[in-house]
Design a binder for this molecule. Structure first.
Ligand SMILES: C[S@@+](CC[C@H](N)C(=O)[O-])C[C@H]1O[C@@H](n2cnc3c(N)ncnc32)[C@H](O)[C@@H]1O
Length: 212
């Protein structure tokens, strides 16, 4: 994970920021707003693998009544993220926690929404992470995981060939496997939203049943 500690300072200026990360934040913001329009109340959100806290920034400066927590394995990412919000007070200020996606240090049902973008392919035990996210969701809550979409020729080349060579031990899960992770964890209404061409990406979306 040292690569991310080293990358924290220049991360927001990366070319990937323009081609992949920013479109991912915008997709998340749209989907979060959609969920909120169906559930119009103040809500809490956990962003797993939050990097430099860019999603938290869109939310903190937007209209939604959301309290955001970001969690990242790389301590320097958390430091860079927190530095962006020093002027905000109280629950408006996102919190950033250094931690591992597989052992999320929160009580059951702590969050109404959990997001994770461009981070999931780094997790060695992906089913465990989805199950852990499910544990943290409140009934009726929503999970959205965005990662590279490798189930097309462009995506296979970009993620399974190029990115895998650059990043080493990573696994961009094919969409049927993502569906299986969600189903096994007990999420329902599973669907996907593809976006981007050069770096094709996919949001997998699922809900914790209201009675669960
Ligand atoms: C490419 S960045 C994505 C950051 C941000 N979500 C985005 O879309 O720009 C991947 C992030 O995942 C984090 N990460 C990798 N493995 C992790 C783990 N097991 N638990 C938590 N974060 C992890 C890295 O430290 C890094 O900040």
């Amino acid at each position: 994970m040292q690569q991310f500690d080293r990358w924290a300072d220049s991360y927001d200026r990366s070319i990937l920021h323009f081609f992949l990360f920013k479109p991912s934040y915008l997709t998340l913001v749209t989907e979060i707003a959609r969920w909120h329009s169906e559930n119009p109340k103040p809500f809490s959100l956990l962003d797993v693998g939050c990097g430099t806290g860019e999603l938290a920034g869109y939310l903190a400066h937007g209209p939604l009544p959301v309290t955001t927590v970001g969690l990242d394995y790389a301590a320097n990412m958390c430091v860079s993220a927190a530095a962006k919000f020093t002027e905000l007070e109280g629950s408006d200020r996102p919190q950033f926690i250094n931690g591992d996606s597989e052992h999320l240090p929160f009580a059951d049902g702590s969050f109404d929404m959990i997001t994770c973008s461009n981070s999931f392919h780094h997790y060695p035990h992906q089913q465990n992470v989805v199950s852990e996210m499910m544990r943290l969701l409140s009934p009726g809550g929503r999970l959205i995981i965005i990662d590279g979409f490798r189930d097309c020729v462009v995506g296979w080349f970009v993620f399974d060939v190029v990115i895998a060579k650059v990043e080493g031990d990573v696994h961009h899960a094919p969409w049927p496997l993502m569906t299986k992770y969600f189903e096994t964890a007990g999420l329902t209404g599973i669907r996907r939203r593809k976006f981007n061409f050069i770096f094709p990406a996919c949001a997998t979306i699922g809900d914790k049943p209201k009675g669960a």
